[in-house]
Ligand binder design. Structure first.
Ligand code: RIB
Length: 314
């Protein structure tokens, strides 16, 4: 049940507004706050809260808030591989939230200050990555660092957020590749209006060589597609989400990815992992913030009971 999360740490500056601003527009904030975030730290916390034994590989600045380590440790997360980079500033994210939707701009700072590509294999982190049941990464750190993690992992999960062009060699190691609707369209070259279209695109990506793909569709749930032994055959399911009162979707995708990683490390099949992750994300959107909104394993199990049944697509 060992999960290694490699990824970003950000200090989130969150402004709640009545509606998201358009281009060139200024809006006044109703309330603002700062909290810990970054897709990496969010996914590490979500995986740990869901019951995983988690180690976090990350880079922060020397300005990192001491509360950061304390809070991650309180979730039981191993931090030997979360290193401070001299002269760099911890990443920051500027987040605007309205009506359960959000917009995010990230200033990566230390998240983009890693050792040279040729040095990565000599780090203590190399052994950590190789010892995990599941390694999870996102794209708020440099792609060569993600590719290193993928090569070392026994089972590699990539949340391709924010979306970026990726080499086939890296994509072929993603089992699964997890994307939201807009990230899916970056990889597929088309937009998906329905769950059936999202599944078709996920299926096409599997046929191009990715072992499995999960596409999250917000309040509509998610679809997954997986290649089976015959490489031309793909199976998959639509997993609807339960109807809930969503107050803040920030980091809900991270709740999904972290919970899914823990379920995978537990040995569950992809369909069961997606159901578990959907239940975790449904709990997370019902309260504000990221880490503070992530459910414990028991809370996920309760939410699972209210999950609509999955619908087999092929
Ligand atoms: O996915 C949500 C996260 O994206 C925020 O916590 C922010 O830091 C950005 O990385």
């Amino acid at each position: 049940m060992k999960v290694v999360v490699l990824g970003s740490v950000n200090q989130d500056v969150v402004c709640e507004v009545e509606r998201l601003p358009g281009p060139g527009e200024t809006v006044l904030s109703l309330r603002s706050r700062t909290n810990l975030g970054g897709k990496g730290s969010n996914q590490a916390v979500a995986a740990a809260r869901a019951g995983g034994q988690v180690e976090f590989v990350a880079r922060v600045g020397q300005d990192a808030d001491p509360e950061l380590r304390k809070s991650l440790r309180e979730h039981g997360i191993g931090l030997t591989a979360m290193r401070e980079v001299p002269g760099a500033r911890t990443g920051r994210a500027y987040i605007t939230v309205a009506d359960g939707e959000n917009q995010i701009v990230v200033d990566p700072g230390a998240n983009f200050h890693w050792e040279l590509e040729t040095e990565l294999g000599t780090l203590a982190e190399d052994g950590l990555l190789g010892s995990a049941d599941v390694v999870v990464a996102q794209l708020e750190v440099p792609v060569p660092v993600v590719a290193w993690a993928a090569r070392r992992a026994r089972r590699f999960v990539l949340n391709a957020a924010p979306a970026a062009p990726l080499a086939d060699e890296l994509l072929r190691r993603c089992d699964p590749l997890i994307v939201n609707e807009s990230e899916l369209s970056t990889f597929s070259g088309a937009t998906a209006e329905t769950s059936a279209e999202a599944f078709d695109q996920a299926r096409a990506l599997c046929l191009r060589g990715i072992p499995s793909v999960v596409a999250t569709l917000g309040a509509a749930g998610s679809v997954w597609a997986r290649r089976v032994d015959d490489p031309a055959t793909v199976v998959g399911t639509y997993q609807p989400a339960p109807q809930v009162n969503a107050v803040d979707s920030t980091g809900a995708g991270d709740a999904f990815v972290g919970a899914l990683a823990t379920a995978l490390a537990d040995g569950s099949d992809l369909g069961a992992c997606v159901a578990f992750a959907t239940a975790a994300a449904a709990v997370a959107v019902q309260s504000p913030g990221t880490h503070a909104s992530y459910p414990t394993r028991d809370q996920v199990v309760i939410a699972l009971a209210a999950l609509p049944p999955a619908q087999r697509l092929v």
